[in-house]
Design a protein around this ligand. Sequence first.
Ligand code: 5AD
Ligand code: SF4
Length: 355
Amino acid sequence: MTPALARSEVLQWLREENETRLDELWRLADDVRRRHVGDEVHLRGLIELSNHCERRCAYCGLRSENRSLQRYRLTREEVLDSVSQAVALGYGSVVLQAGEDSGIAAEWLADLLRRVKGETPLAVTLSLGERADEELVLWRDAGADRYLLRFETCDEALYEQIHPARPDRPGGRKAMLKRLKALGYETGSGVMIGIPGQTYADLADSLEAFRELDLDMIGVGPYLPHPNTPLGRQVESLQAPPGEQAPNTELMGYKLVALTRIVCPDTNIPSATALATLNQRDGRQLGLARGVNVVMPNLTPPKYRQLHEIYPAKACNFETPGAFDSHLRQSLAAMGRRVGTGRGDSPKRRAALAD
Ligand code: 5AD
Ligand code: SF4
């Protein structure tokens, strides 16, 4: 039995600072993780297709108005090289991620998807922002398996302030997640933690929304200010009521990972790059010990890596994907975990098929 958590308990954990009591939360989350998704850690190769973005999210370094960022878009050959590395390293899937970039033409990507799906056993996840319905249908037909789109916060007023709307695409991100699900995509979402103006109650609402949306993947990570963004420059512009502001700390990151695991036990939960950035030494291991069961090694060609600067100093300490891979495998083994085999499909779907 998975311990269900009442909203009051969730709020209590979110405010808990006592280390001994928090050990209880970590133990609970690790226990639920082991019983529901086992010791396997699924590896997904992250390929950052492009850092162009047409949106103006107030928190993100890729926003169109950040003129100091040098922009890139991978060629088809560069993507296929990264895909080959994923196959060579034995990964079960790749994640194709970019800003909202209409320069990634729908047909171009559909061709690429058909090629990857025809020539490799990989599952393919897309993370390309809010795209038109016809494009989502086209890519699904071309073989895309999964789609990631974080809804960031449940507080609609805060969301509107930090994520200026796209008038041609009304309906919001939760509506798009439902459409993705209806199209047969495994769907992933998540939130940032500690956005200026975000309350503890909003994080409790987000955990509830994770459950309601019945997500296959959930990514959560602390908000990290970027100096070339409006939110990174003027934190004081958005303020939660006194005592209600959720902190954007490493500790809050682990709490959200642990609570997500307890609330949504059969979900794939990736290790957040933001946590590995805040604690380069053992952020990843601590996440893995507190609910995480997915790691996404970066396979973007090295010359573009530093340009995908959503926030400053994204963790990336290894010379080659192979070097990171050996390090990761060793540290997983030391934790008594093993690398997952196969595509690492949604545990929820596997459970449904077995019924
Ligand atoms: N700090 C942390 N996470 C961020 N993201 C965007 N900007 C930041 C930031 N400054 C996250 C958002 C987005 C994902 C691609 O990266 O959650 O959905
Ligand atoms: Fe673009 Fe996504 Fe960054 Fe918003 S969060 S500016 S949509 S890359």
